[in-house]
Ligand binder design. Structure first.
Ligand code: TYD
Ligand code: MG
Length: 466
């Protein structure tokens, strides 16, 4: 049997489906306990898909259409006009896609959204903002602060799902922005807005809208301090693109990073500064390095998307005699512990019983293993009081034996070093990368990169004045 274009399948022939409201697993039959996540009482019957606003029921039919041809096809990506946002999206918006902008409350999601909508509107695209977080007057006041007119941005309350769907179908904007998915309510779900099944049902309906009408949907979602989307992890599976907005809420620095992306490369980043008139994109290349030579600091060159950055990592020895606690902010705690253990065992620095703290500057998160050698340098500097040579940066993953493994993307890392004014990079030997003005000091073992911190076997005599 084959499905010819235009043939229909009656809905009544399809079996009922069930789904877990907690983890999103689909089930063929009801169960008291979800086999996916083990939660009790979370399996519920999935509702029939919305009928596209026609109000038809029962006799609704599934449409089959040829793959090629039809509405929306062939329209390429659309630029938001904010270069960093376009880069992180993989080259602009794919029309009809669903994008989730996730971040902690207060980090600047609504602000970034308004910048993007204003820029799209200025290029002649119809935009609709459904806000359940702020009133029209509040959004208008924010637009004035950002120095945008707000012309071309239609506003509607984003509290009732059905109203948002109806207004969107009537307005037919290029993009519908929902701020936030947690304040939207589907009367079909009994929970309070923000609950797992509410968020899932609202997201499903909006994904359906995007896919049937070809309207791009951008959702904002609050995440908790641990980086978990409050409640709805399953939301990440439903959308096409996940962007995370991060930063140290105390500083103005913000990082937009591409996570999951069905249409492009992941891991691209854009950096912004939050100022009195909103977010401005910045070049972070030398922002995260103080240039001060103080004990306990060393420069790392982590990858950030397709480029690399210079970031200062810091270490502090609390009490040398313990408790042997380790705490890391912005660094991978397990790698921090491993590097400390290697320095203790393979290099002989007395860190085994010490209380240790580590951090990355500027509220950034550094989880590239090639930052190990810089963490080693910061720890060695903290425990000995010696400082790394002027203009030094460190690259390489440290193994359990103390050997340093080469890192990918050395050319980008050396470029980042040069941009931050680092002229010497301690790194495992590899093919020449031809970064002018940067000298690579080859290391095999972590010890080779720490000669400045270790007691000299024989001190070289000072040269006498002529
Ligand atoms: P907001 O976009 O409301 O964050 P979210 O939507 O992620 O909760 O941004 C909130 C913070 O940003 C708030 O503390 C005020 C600050 N802010 C500025 O510093 N300058 C500005 O121009 C704007 C609009 C906000
Ligand atoms: Mg907001």
């Amino acid at each position: 049997m084959s499905h010819l274009p235009g043939s229909v399948v009656p809905v009544a022939k399809l079996r009922a489906m069930f789904g877990c409201a907690s983890c999103g697993q689909h089930l063929a039959q009801w169960a008291g306990r979800c086999p996916g996540c083990g939660e009790w009482g979370t399996v519920e019957e999935a509702r029939a898909p919305r009928s596209g606003g026609s109000g038809a029921s029962g006799a609704a039919a599934l449409q089959v259409a040829p793959l090629h041809g039809g509405q929306g096809e062939g329209e390429g990506r659309v630029l938001t006009g904010l270069p960093g946002v376009d880069r992180v999206l993989g080259g602009g918006i794919v029309p009809g896609s669903v994008v989730l902008l996730a971040g902690e409350p207060g980090i600047g999601k609504s602000t970034l959204l308004l910048h993007a909508l204003a820029s799209l509107a200025a290029s002649g695209r119809r935009t609709l903002l459904a806000s359940g977080e702020e009133s029209r007057a509040q959004v208008a006041a924010r637009a004035r602060r950002l120095g945008v007119t707000g012309d071309g941005i239609a506003f509607t309350s984003g509290r009732e799902l059905d109203a948002v769907l109806e207004v969107t179908r009537a307005e037919r904007p290029f993009v519908l922005a929902v701020d936030s998915i947690q304040t939207l309510r589907d009367p079909g779900a009994t929970q309070m807005p923000g609950g797992v099944s509410q968020v899932r049902m609202c997201a499903d309906a909006l994904v359906g809208l995007a896919k049937t009408e070809g309207i791009t949907v951008v959702l904002t979602g609050h995440v908790t301090k641990d980086g978990d989307l409050a409640g709805p992890r399953a939301l990440e599976h439903a959308v096409d693109v996940v962007l995370s907005f991060d930063g140290d809420p105390r500083s103005g620095l913000r990082i937009l990073a591409g996570g999951k992306n069905r249409f492009g490369a992941e891991g691209e980043t854009a950096w912004f500064e939050m100022g009195a008139s909103g977010l401005a994109e910045i070049d972070p290349s030398d922002l995260l390095v103080s240039g001060e030579r103080v004990p306990g600091a060393a420069v790392a060159l982590p990858r950030s998307g397709r480029r690399a950055l210079a970031v200062e990592v810091q270490a502090l020895v609390g009490s040398p005699e313990g408790p042997a606690r380790r705490q890391a902010t912005g660094l991978d705690l397990r790698r921090f512990q491993l590097v400390a253990a290697v320095l203790d065992r393979a290099v002989g620095l007395p860190l085994g019983r010490a209380e240790l703290f580590g951090a990355a500057s500027g509220g950034v998160r550094v989880d590239d293993p090639a930052c190990d050698l810089a963490v080693a340098a910061a720890l060695a500097s903290a425990v000995t009081g010696a400082v790394p040579p002027p203009g030094a940066a460190f690259v390489g993953e440290v193994s359990l034996t103390g050997l340093v493994r080469p890192a990918a993307a050395m050319a980008q890392r050396l470029q980042a070093a040069r941009a931050a004014g680092c002229g010497v990079v301690f790194a495992p030997e590899g093919p020449p990368t031809g970064a002018e003005g940067v000298l690579v000091r080859p290391v095999r073992h972590v010890r080779d990169a720490l000669a400045w911190a270790l007691p000299p076997a024989t001190k070289r005599p000072e040269s006498l004045p002529a």
